[in-house]
Design a protein around this ligand. Sequence first.
Ligand code: MN
Length: 274
Amino acid sequence: MPKRASPTTSTTSVRASGHAKPGSPARTPSRTPSRSSRSLATYHAKRDFTASPEPTGDFAKRASGKQRFFCVQKHLASHLHYDFRLEHRGVLLSWAVPKGPSLNPRDKRLAMMVEDHPFDYGEFEGVIPSGYGAGIVMLWDRGTWQAESEAEDLDVALERGELKFRLDGFKLKGSWVLVRTKRDDARSWLLIKHRDEWAGDVDIVAFAPLSVKSGGDFAHILAADDPDVWHSDRPARGGLAGSMFSSIIAEAAKLKLARAEGRPGRARPLTRRR
Ligand code: MN
């Protein structure tokens, strides 16, 4: 079975036109990005920008040189996950990594490819009150990335399902690989650290849990917004995410109250990065 829609399996377009050509617009949309399409249509379709503070992506950025932007956003929504994003062709290729990245080369972290995000999403940190991805977004790491082999066409590597690259972030560095799994879901990849001087046993998501943008945790980010935003309708009730929301909302309310009363509340958010 083909891992992704090909022009020959796209029966509707074949019937409609009679002679659909490879790469014609009738192909599967950006869910499985192909080399001819880097579109934000799926990103836009999932969101209501009158209700969400997320960037609309009106301002695309042109890549300059080999060093491109990467980031990891820690996202507490219906489940906690880490959104891993690599700049490519003016947008951010995106994978949702449920357990987050690991510095241990033995760990193969599941990474579900999701829709391309706008370039300016990469600096986003804040609260999504409702709709798709409702919850709290923290900018957990950022920096630059480059392909291991500069000669290789990145679109070819994506099609093949194996992308080797180097990261230079605050928390993540050195050589990594993303490989598509052989399972039926074409969106399913693995994020793996290569063995090098930046590999190790440190549990990086536990060791360096805070924002590289604000220095804060989820409660600080929520306190800077509105701790009461989900008074009727939390993004998650049960499970780990549900209990995280409960304690984060309570902590954020305390922080906000302390600030309003002119008390520092808890110690200032840590700014150290490791
Ligand atoms: Mn996410």
